[in-house]
Design a protein around this ligand. Structure first.
Ligand SMILES: CC(C)(COP(=O)(O)OP(=O)(O)OC[C@H]1O[C@@H](n2cnc3c(N)ncnc32)[C@H](O)[C@@H]1OP(=O)(O)O)[C@@H](O)C(=O)NCCC(=O)NCCS
Length: 128
């Protein structure tokens, strides 16, 4: 009916690298959308993330959907995105209880995000 995944990534903080999660992908089958499943999957993922002791969950997504479900604009909180192709309003973060003030910096995606070229948006009008 639906699927959500937490993938391991790193935050390049000034003090040291910090293990973080990226919530991606999230999907609900079209025939059962609009019944709260997506909301429940996000809540479940955040609860599971909290139990791991990791301080932050990042994602790329629509702030209209994720804002009411616990995510804030990451740049406002001092985080830098892994790509200039991620629109600033879509670079979102959920701060968990184990977060400490020094844990800021640049989100570093793991290799599969680049291997699958699924980071940010591409401009089809750009040459190449
Ligand atoms: C986005 C998605 C996971 C939501 O799942 P869902 O089970 O329909 O979500 P819920 O029933 O819990 O919540 C419905 C809300 O999601 C909103 N919504 C649905 N699809 C949306 C989309 N593509 N962008 C923004 N909001 C969306 C609905 O407008 C509704 O808003 P409301 O709560 O203000 O009324 C589902 O529509 C989906 O799988 N879409 C295709 C894949 C996708 O876009 N995944 C997200 C990638 S970041």
């Amino acid at each position: 009916m639906g699927h959500v995944m937490l993938g391991a990534a790193r935050l390049d903080a000034p003090r040291r690298l910090v293990d973080v999660w990226v919530l991606s992908p999230l999907g609900v089958l079209p025939e059962v959308q609009g019944r709260g499943l997506g909301t429940a999957l996000v809540a479940h993922a955040l609860e599971a993330a909290g139990r791991t002791g990791v301080p932050l969950v990042f994602l790329e997504g629509d702030p209209a959907f994720y804002g009411p479900r616990g995510f804030s604009r990451a740049s406002v909180l001092g985080f830098r995105s892994p790509s200039l192709r991620i629109p600033d309003p879509a670079f979102l973060v959920h701060v968990l209880g184990s977060h400490e003030p020094w844990m800021t910096g640049t989100l570093v995606y793991p290799e599969p995000f680049w291997a699958l070229d699924c980071v940010g948006l591409r401009d089809p009008d750009e040459g190449g």
